[in-house]
Design a protein around this ligand. Sequence first.
Ligand code: PMV
Length: 322
Amino acid sequence: MRATAEANPNIALIKYWGKADAALNLPVTGSLSLTLDTAPTRTTVELDAALTADELVLGGTRQSGRPAERVSRFLDLVRAASGRDEYARIDSVNLIPTGAGLASSASGFAALAAAASAAYGLDLDGRALSRLARRGSGSASRSIFGGLVQWFAGDDAASYAEPIDRGALDLAMVVAVINDGPKSLSSTEAMNRTTGTSPFYPAWASSNPEQLAEMLAAIARADFTAVGELTESNSLRMHATMAAAWPPVRYPTAASVALLDAVLALRADGIEAYATMDAGPNVKVLCQPRNVEVITARLSSIDATARFLSAGPGQGVRLLDS
Ligand code: PMV
């Protein structure tokens, strides 16, 4: 009746952008990500027969409105599957604050899926947990697993994530947290606007599976350079597609662009660094662990106001003693 789970954020190397089914959160294309070993979300779910509604506390603050409704709708799925109808108290904290700008909806819904299914007495395997987490936030389906993870497009039964062997690939990520951007447009709204109005969206939808296949081949032969080039190219394609929507969807700020330039300059100097961006201004740089320090030093000389985090491959979701 009470369970606690922890999950880490993931950063997509081949992005998910666009829903084939909004209610089921089915993606138009498959995607592939790296689960990080930093900034976990820890969530406790406790059933209470005395409650007349779910109670959500995020980072110590009681929530109402949209965030609370979104979590309650998610718990409705768990209640329906378990045959139990009690409401629950949900207490969730980001162990590195959300202000870190990492995808907290991915770690958040992955942790919630694991804690809620355990609290309601469901015994789900990784695949079922991934499908459940997907309903909360698409990218959360990937945070169920550690390291490199692929999420399949398909129908409700077929759209889940699975870990991929990273073999001899030695991966790290430097995250530049830019805090001066305007508040981001939600990924759901931005996706709908892009699929609905960008004339480039069909090209995105048809070329993304090609880049995903190339990425899988590059991972299989442990070709770091190809993994990096595909990562940066895929992110640029996604943001170009969004920029052509109307009204335009544009997440990079001037500070982001300065960092993207710095990443190009690092490569010109022979340091392998590849940039990727998501639904916000932060720049994440895929690199090898031996280059983390030099990349962090260079990027901080470009933007002294950004905060920097570095990460390696992290583990999937886990239940804790609660
Ligand atoms: O899971 P959502 O709805 O927050 O969408 C995530 C979208 C991107 O982060 C931009 C790409 C991805 O695949 O994670």
